[in-house]
Design a protein around this ligand. Structure first.
Ligand SMILES: Nc1ncnc2c1ncn2[C@@H]1O[C@H](COP(=O)(O)OP(=O)(O)OP(=O)(O)O)[C@@H](O)[C@H]1O
Ligand SMILES: [Mg+2]
Length: 154
């Protein structure tokens, strides 16, 4: 079955393959951290998956890589958490509580199209954005493991 995915392969190479299995929150965080190394200003990352699959955990890894902050909290109550990295900001956005109809009205798009990086949980609350260039991270729960699919959507 699933092999241990720990390896010393440079991060830029490991994402040629796009399925990963993690066996703990720490492994999911580490995968997020490696994934961060291929992100650049302007990138949009959608985190998809059911409740409690590990979207925030993966985001914590990305944020740790950019800001050396230990724990990104779930932004569920804040909607948007902002982090300062070198030359850019990271926005960790959770749209779960948002009514799709008002997503645009609150100006969420201002965050998406610029030189910063946006990481979005429950991005399906945003109408239309599926058509834009973004990364799709889909996390599936398999008992204690997580299957994580990473795709660059153009
Ligand atoms: N391999 C794994 N990767 C990530 N999380 C895991 C893993 N195994 C167990 N967990 C647990 O699953 C939960 C994931 O929580 P997290 O808040 O990251 O999920 P989420 O997808 O952001 O949830 P929500 O839908 O509420 O936003 C944590 O309690 C974590 O400890
Ligand atoms: Mg979350």
């Amino acid at each position: 079955m699933a092999k241990n995915k720990k390896s010393n392969i440079p991060a830029t190479n490991i994402f040629n393959k796009n399925f990963f299995v993690t066996k703990s929150p720490q492994e999911t965080r580490n995968l997020g951290k490696k994934f961060a190394s291929i992100l650049k200003g302007g990138d949009i990352v959608f985190l998809k998956g059911d409740f409690g699959t590990g979207k925030t955990t993966f985001a914590q890894g990305i944020i740790k890589a950019f800001c050396d902050k230990d724990f990104a909290r779930s932004p569920s109550f804040a909607l948007i958490n902002e982090y300062d990295a070198v030359k850019l900001k990271l926005f960790h956005i959770d749209l779960y509580r948002l009514n799709p109809l008002i997503a645009r009205d609150i100006g969420i798009e201002e965050y998406l199209y610029g030189k910063n990086i946006s990481i979005i949980e429950w991005a399906d609350r945003l109408l239309d954005v599926e058509n834009d260039n973004h990364w799709d991270i889909e996390i599936e729960n398999m008992n204690s493991e997580r299957k994580i699919k990473i795709e660059n959507k153009k």
